[in-house]
Design a protein around this ligand. Structure first.
Ligand code: NAD
Length: 497
């Protein structure tokens, strides 16, 4: 019997009554792992009602008690790391090492959530007028919701619900319907850690569930991570219904290579960041901009990419696993064909790799195009597969202008030994996450994830200090206390304290 993925509503793992279900498949084998319900507005409403009912008591729970739940959760995640990673690899496809990284980057956010006592502190100004003090307090919003993508089924749910709940909100998570089993394991661990009933709820599905979350009047804020098209829709629809929305979107990340870079380190970093997780990372390097004599490195980039092993994620020595589904495979293969038609030079063709033991997997091997120009579809589209586009320019200024002309601004990196060049790059580049000799510069949780231009909507990013502001509202209190002996003066009708 195939397992049915459960809902979590008011602390109970319940069977959905949805009329439509979707299969969750292992992308390396097509084995059906589970069936996931496509919830409608009724089940979303049940989850929101549970979260709304849980809010008053959770909001009143002392801050240290809330933090202690997340101290227990981080310990449980560590304890169950192998199970989480194995489940993640089975349903998402990435290698086991990468799956552990996915869990670990989320775990770091849980650890950071435990510092909420100092993170959520307000401000105080004494004697703003004679005998009057003003202070600002940060209070939770109420019910918040999270909508997450398939590519980081542990890390991205963990970007959201720990920070939302530790600040006193209650939460409804709608994970990707393509790999919902890992988020459900995390939800179980959160219950085990002592999160009270109704504080975290989980529903599943696609368009209908997402639209119901955008429309529900009791949801105060939505965190979204996913593609540009869906995120823009969620941002608009949620905003129209009066909610705060943060939306972290798609990407086309460029890394710029100056000829003075440490070549060995740099080329290893490039190949890992371009092809790791089969390119299905929002921070993957998908465009390499080779400056001046760095253009001579193309044969070595190709040679390194050819050493990578394509296989099922749990196989020893696998460097990259399959794409998430058949449609993604067909789309990536089509885009590679278009690149050839549009005149880019196919230096390495990863289509139809021979993967011993996995004839049915959604595999594409490392693929490299050189001679790529703006306007070609392989450059304009976020491919979200193991395809690297190489662009050649003569100067750093040209490289910066090229990166800034792309509509996306998620991540970028510069490889160089020159501090002056690095400083110019970090100052002039219009991209959210910048790496200097660091290929995938995802910030640790004391900072916030960000993005510029087409890669982000809303001003406050996930985790770090910004998300404390996102999940709380400020209340200022201006207070005067009268001395019993003080005598009242005449009535004063002017505005003054
Ligand atoms: P997606 O946009 O297809 O799905 C994201 C969520 O939206 C899922 O929960 C899905 O069920 C839901 N959804 C899908 N179609 C919908 C529709 N028509 N209406 C309403 N909801 C819908 O994204 P994905 O394919 O799961 O993830 C890959 C994308 O996410 C890439 O574009 C990647 O760059 C982006 N991403 C961005 C970041 C970031 O921080 N900027 C991080 C990870 C992934």
């Amino acid at each position: 019997m195939t397992e049915n993925v459960k809902l979590l509503i008011n602390g109970e793992f319940t069977e959905s009554s949805a009329s439509q279900w979707q299969e969750v498949r292992n992308p390396a084998t097509q084995e059906v792992l589970a069936r996931v319900p496509m919830c409608g507005s009724d089940e979303v409403a049940q989850a929101v009602a549970a979260a709304k009912a849980a809010f008053p008591a959770w909001r009143a729970t002392p801050i240290a008690e809330r933090a202690r739940v997340f101290l227990r959760l981080q310990a449980l995640i560590r304890e169950h790391m192998d199970t989480l990673a194995a489940t993640l690899t089975r349903e998402q496809g990435k290698t086991l090492a990468d799956a552990k990284g996915d869990v670990f980057r989320g775990l770091e956010v849980v650890e950071h959530a435990c510092s909420v006592g100092s993170l959520q502190m307000g401000e105080f100004a004494e004697n703003v007028a004679g005998g009057v003090d003003t202070y600002a307090i940060r209070q939770p919003l109420g019910v918040c919701a999270g909508i997450t993508p398939f590519n980081f089924p542990a890390m991205i749910p963990l970007w959201m619900f720990p920070m939302a709940c530790v600040t006193g909100n209650t939460f409804v998570l709608k994970p990707s319907e393509q790999d919902p089993m890992t988020p459900m394991l995390l939800a179980q661990l959160a219950q085990q850690a002592g999160l009270p009933k109704g504080v975290l709820n989980v529903v599943h599905g696609g368009v209908d569930a997402v639209n119901a979350l955008c429309d529900h009047p009791d949801i105060k804020a939505i965190s979204f991570v996913g593609s540009v098209g869906v995120g823009t829709h969620v941002y608009r629809r949620g905003s129209e219904h009066g909610k705060r929305v943060q939306a972290m979107l798609g990407a086309k990340n460029h890394a710029v290579f100056l000829p003075d870079a440490n070549k060995e380190q740099t080329l290893n970093a490039l190949v890992g960041a371009a092809f790791g997780a089969a390119g299905q990372r929002c921070m993957a390097i998908s465009v390499a901009v080779l400056v001046g004599k760095a253009r001579d490195w193309i044969p070595e980039i190709v040679a390194r990419a050819q050493t990578l092993k394509v296989s099922a994620g749990h196989e020893a020595g696998a460097d990259l696993g399959p794409l998430i589904n058949r449609q993604a495979l067909a789309r990536v293969e089509k885009l590679i064909g278009q690149g050839v038609e549009e005149g880019a030079k196919l230096e390495l063709d990863g289509r139809n790799p021979a993967v011993v033991g996995y004839p049915d997997g959604n595999f594409v091997g490392p693929t490299i195009f050189s001679g790529v120009k703006a306007g070609m579809q392989v450059y304009e589209q976020e491919i979200f597969g193991p395809v690297l586009c190489i662009v050649e320019v003569d100067t750093l200024d040209e490289a910066i202008a090229f990166v800034n002309a792309n509509p996306y601004g998620n991540g970028t990196a510069l490889f160089t030994q020159s501090g002056a060049a690095a400083r110019r790059f970090q100052h002039d580049i219009d991209v959210g996450q910048v790496g200097i000799n660091v290929p995938i510069p995802v910030p640790v949780p004391f900072f916030s994830f960000t993005g510029s231009r087409g890669s982000k909507l809303g001003d406050l990013g996930p985790y770090g200090k910004e998300v404390i502001r996102f999940y709380t509202q400020t209340k200022t209190v201006t207070a005067r206390w009268f001395d019993d002996e003080a005598t009242a003066g005449p009535v004063n009708t002017t505005i003054s304290l």
